[in-house]
Design a protein around this ligand. Structure first.
Ligand code: GTP
Ligand code: MG
Ligand code: ZN
Length: 300
């Protein structure tokens, strides 16, 4: 049989599920891929596959087509943007974790949209502050209640025509969002949706869903902590876009905006122009990086 193109929607225990151009989902191995290309197929990968049995819907992934990008956490390929979901309450949002996530995505140059779900559980004024804080660092910010079906139209529009990987802690509503997106466009989902019968369970594997003809959404398992890769505190500072207007205006060249006198970032902070919460987490993360012991630095 000849080879056909498709997209990997899920990988579990050495099997890759490929949504092929013929509309079917094939259960594939990836024999030869590791030897030939030394890469592991990821959800979101565009591939060439050959059909082994069209009755049993089995096949083999022969080739991974060139990737636009790849994310390590959550692991996915060919992603246009990340949608990080936090609950406005239950669980209470851990903004240090959100800031870590923003840093990791910025390092990988992936645009981030932030969605606060479960707004049915909080006052509106709690939302306003979050909106201001995160818009000022260059993210789209959305407030929704999936349960009460509010705010979702804007989210659906923002996803249109893109491949979006969802991310966030456990229990915030990532799979609820996936289910909402699928129900609404069930007509266009076709064979991908027929395999889904998902209740409210903890997600264990990343899975890609077609929610429109060229719109994809990747549901992922939740995370409760994120480790920053080794980097200098200076590199960390560069990942805070709200500091950018002040760079070079502090009294000391190379100011870290932490304990130096004559710091314009700290002035802006005192005037409420920079979020106190974001700034506090910046100081904590800079300290965390500083405390890491250099592994091979025996002489110092
Ligand atoms: N009050 C309220 N609860 C919600 C809302 N959306 C989802 N939930 C509930 O939150 C719980 C967790 O939802 P999930 O969608 O499974 O969360 P998840 O982010 O996929 O969690 P993991 O798969 O463990 O990472 C479920 O019990 C949902 O019913 C909402 O808008 N308001
Ligand atoms: Mg889930
Ligand atoms: Zn400064």
């Amino acid at each position: 049989m000849g080879s056909i193109k498709g997209k990997i929607i899920r990988g579990v225990g050495g099997f890759y599920y490929v949504h092929a151009q013929d509309g079917q989902v094939y259960e594939c191995r990836a024999k030869g891929i590791f030897r030939k290309e030394n890469v592991k197929p990821l959800p979101g990968d565009d591939v060439e596959m050959s059909v082994i049995s069209s009755a049993e819907l089995t096949g083999n992934v022969d080739r991974i087509l060139p990737r636009k990008n790849m994310l390590i956490r959550p692991a996915a390929a060919n992603v246009d943007q990340a949608l990080v979901i936090f609950a406005a309450a239950s669980p209470k949002p851990n903004l240090n974790l959100l800031d870590r996530f923003l840093i990791l995505m910025r390092m990988q140059e992936i645009p981030v949209q932030i969605c606060f779900n479960k707004t049915d559980l909080v006052d509106k004024k709690d939302c306003d502050e979050l909106k201001q804080t995160y818009e000022s660092c260059g993210c789209g910010v959305y407030f929704v209640s999936i349960e009460q079906q509010t705010g979702l139209k804007e989210v659906r529009e923002m996803l249109e025509g893109k491949t979006t990987v969802v991310a966030g802690p456990s229990g915030v509503g990532k799979s609820s969002m996936t289910n909402f997106l699928l129900n609404r466009d069930q007509m266009e989902v076709g064979s991908v949706s027929e395999r889904i019968d998902r209740g409210r369970h903890t997600t264990r594997h990343t899975e890609l869903f077609a929610i429109g003809p060229s719109t994809y959404f990747l549901d992922t398992p939740g995370f409760s902590s994120l480790y920053l890769p080794d980097m200098t505190p200076e590199a960390l500072r560069e990942l805070y876009p709200e500091f950018a207007p002040y760079e070079g205006t502090c009294r000391f060249q190379g100011c870290m905006h932490i304990s130096e006198p004559g710091c314009t970032v700290k002035e802006a902070l005192a005037q409420g122009k920079i979020s106190a919460g974001r700034y506090k987490n910046y100081c904590l993360l800079a300290e965390e990086l500083k405390q890491r012991k250099p592994k091979y630095n025996h002489k110092a």
